[in-house]
Design a protein around this ligand. Structure first.
Ligand code: HEC
Ligand code: HEC
Ligand code: HEC
Ligand code: HEC
Ligand code: HEC
Ligand code: HEC
Ligand code: HEC
Ligand code: HEC
Ligand code: HEC
Ligand code: HEC
Length: 306
């Protein structure tokens, strides 16, 4: 962090009441880490005020009655590690774990401070997940010092994810989209941010199983199945948003013609000798007749026309 930026940040934080006691000069010094535990929260809150302290030790982390909670253990030092020397002389020492707020800290070290307690549940998959392999740490997503962790808020989560996954931001505003902005569908309905069973961190082992969670009627079984539907919904749909109807990756007839280019009834405009609008390419194009593209249970449904 550049000198001026740090000073401005310290000033801004002091206005919000979130900052440690102002001491701008010391910000850039590389201080040695403390090695001895103090007495947890009490030795910290004398300097770090209630607003800051309160948020970190509110909610699940503030359950003094729950033996697993930081509040019942070493308080601030449950996450920040030993801090006795820092509490005794904040200009000579830092706490063991600053989570990168002082100087860059490896993702592995930051993760370890959390997995000390969070080694089970969904987080047990974190090791070897795409996020862990890309050096994304717990606190790159979670905000434990804020009253409401943005990750646990279904309507704020997507915005936080596309902060890094920028290429997906526009999808959320496209003509056809899952209702993510409304918080009705969240990224984590389909993805397991701590690592999942499926490819691309999907919550299920395959794309289709993930979709069937909500679109169960597409699972079948059908008397006549359409191969690509059984294979991968993603061949026709982009779950992140599309400029076409129904999240389609391409408009019909082009969608269908990616695979069906030599049907017995050609689908080009030129197939119609009068050059009049060909009902195979206008309106719903192929779906004017092939209405049951996901599969058919009709005895005569082999070409998905009913
Ligand atoms: C005597 C006052 C005082 C006490 C007690 C104190 N701190 Fe600090 N702390 C500070 C100041 C001042 C800074 C800013 C230091 C700087 O910017 O160089 C700071 C900075 C920090 C930082 C940011 C990282 C860094 O080093 O800049 C963390 C995290 C921190 N303190 C945690 C704690 C914890 C945990 C405790 C209790 C074990 C604690 N502090 C006790 C005054 C104190
Ligand atoms: C559950 C773990 C956890 C607990 C408990 C915790 N902190 Fe933190 N603290 C963090 C993380 C993670 C960061 C890095 C900033 C972030 O990711 O939000 C941080 C950052 C800080 C900072 C740097 C300034 C900032 O906001 O970036 C200070 C100072 C601090 N904590 C003090 C405290 C004090 C004092 C307590 C106890 C009252 C405490 N922390 C309890 C995890 C924790
Ligand atoms: C001293 C143990 C401990 C440490 C260290 C710890 N946590 Fe927790 N955390 C807990 C406990 C206990 C719960 C409540 C879990 C439950 O009820 O199943 C919890 C809950 C949470 C929750 C869910 C909050 C909610 O309101 O439901 C999040 C998110 C979380 N922790 C993130 C973190 C992150 C990120 C870190 C590291 C910066 C961290 N924790 C460090 C013990 C810890
Ligand atoms: C890529 C962003 C991201 C990262 C990295 C991440 N989390 Fe989470 N975490 C989330 C989201 C999103 C949720 C909400 C889960 C949901 O909606 O299903 C969550 C939920 C949680 C919960 C509460 C519910 C549960 O699943 O138990 C805890 C505890 C938690 N995370 C801890 C951690 C810890 C510890 C780490 C690091 C090892 C971590 N997280 C890394 C995004 C992340
Ligand atoms: C701090 C930045 C950051 C945040 C925040 C973040 N991610 Fe990621 N994510 C990454 C990086 C880096 C990768 C590694 C692969 C890449 O570069 O796309 C990744 C990988 C992924 C992948 C696997 C991609 C693949 O090709 O296998 C998925 C899925 C994913 N993230 C979803 C999410 C979701 C959902 C959230 C919010 C809950 C989220 N991410 C938040 C940085 C982030
Ligand atoms: C309705 C389910 C669904 C939702 C909601 C969803 N995704 Fe995905 N996502 C998928 C599927 C399925 C894939 C795999 C695509 C494939 O393999 O063809 C994927 C792939 C990805 C990838 C890998 C690279 C890419 O662009 O294909 C990233 C990163 C990702 N999603 C992030 C996110 C984020 C961030 C959010 C929330 C803003 C989100 N996803 C919401 C289903 C979803
Ligand atoms: C968490 C539940 C959920 C999951 C999982 C899910 N969807 Fe959806 N899907 C919805 C909701 C809700 C709508 C909006 C329905 C409405 O507006 O009537 C929707 C709408 C759609 C639409 C129609 C969009 C439009 O513009 O009319 C398509 C296509 C779709 N989903 C495909 C998929 C695919 C493909 C997957 C798997 C990658 C998937 N969905 C996974 C909940 C889900
Ligand atoms: C061969 C291409 C193709 C595949 C593969 C496909 N779809 Fe579709 N899907 C379509 C078309 C075309 C429409 C638009 C239907 C229309 O215009 O009436 C559609 C519409 C939808 C809709 C919204 C309208 C409705 O029928 O509810 C949902 C939801 C949907 N698909 C889910 C899925 C799911 C889930 C999968 C995977 C199991 C899947 N689709 C696989 C082509 C496909
Ligand atoms: C990803 C490739 C793919 C896409 C896209 C696709 N199909 Fe198919 N379709 C197939 C395959 C593979 C079969 C089964 C093999 C065959 O008979 O050609 C099939 C079979 C069919 C059949 C039955 C063929 C028969 O001989 O009984 C019809 C009708 C059909 N598709 C219509 C459509 C329509 C309409 C669309 C666009 C909404 C479409 N398909 C999109 C791959 C695709
Ligand atoms: C006007 C109604 C209509 C439209 C529009 C239409 N089809 Fe068909 N399609 C049929 C009928 C009827 C059959 C059955 C023909 C038979 O059994 O001999 C059929 C059969 C098929 C078959 C299976 C037989 C073959 O020729 O391989 C495929 C694949 C197919 N259509 C694809 C498409 C595609 C792709 C489009 C859009 C470019 C399309 N159809 C538009 C009426 C239509």
């Amino acid at each position: 962090m550049k000198h001026s930026t740090a000073a401005i940040l310290a000033f801004a934080l002091s206005l919000t009441g979130l900052a440690p006691p102002a001491c701008a000069d010391a910000v850039h010094e590389e201080l040695p880490a403390s090695t001895t535990y103090g007495d947890g929260t009490a030795s910290c809150t004398t300097c770090h005020d209630d607003v800051h302290a309160g948020a970190a030790l509110r909610g699940a982390h503030g359950m003094a009655g729950d033996a697993r909670s930081p509040a019942a253990g070493r308080g601030c030092e449950s996450c920040h590690g030993p801090g006795a020397e820092h509490a005794a002389d904040e200009h000579a020492f830092r706490v063991a774990q600053t989570f990168g707020s002082r100087e860059p800290e490896t993702a592995a070290a930051r993760v370890e401070a959390c997995t000390a307690c969070h080694a089970s549940g969904a987080q047990r998959h974190f090791q070897a997940s795409e996020h862990q392999l890309a050096d994304v740490a717990c606190n790159d997503c979670h905000r434990v010092h804020e009253p409401r962790d943005r990750m646990l808020d279904r309507s704020a989560q997507a915005e936080a994810c596309v902060g890094c996954h920028r290429e997906l931001r526009s999808g959320m505003n496209k003509y056809s989209r899952h209702p993510m902005r409304e918080g009705k569908v969240a990224c984590t309905d389909c993805h397991a941010p701590h690592g999942g069973r499926g490819p691309q961190m999907l919550v299920e082992a395959t794309v289709n199983e993930t979709c069937y969670r909500c679109h169960a009627e597409k699972r079948g079984p059908f008397l006549f199945e359409h191969e690509p539907v059984q294979d991968d919904c993603g061949q026709c749909h982009d779950p992140h948003g599309s400029v076409n109807d129904s999240l389609l990756v391409a408009r019909s007839p082009f969608l269908c013609q990616q695979c069906h280019n030599d049907t017995r009834h050609p689908g080009t405009v030129y197939a119609n000798p009068n050059f009049a609008a060909n009902n195979r390419v206008v309106g719903k194009a192929c779906q004017n007749c092939h209405t049951a593209v996901h599969g058919s249970n009709h005895p005569a449904g082999q070409t998905f026309r009913r």
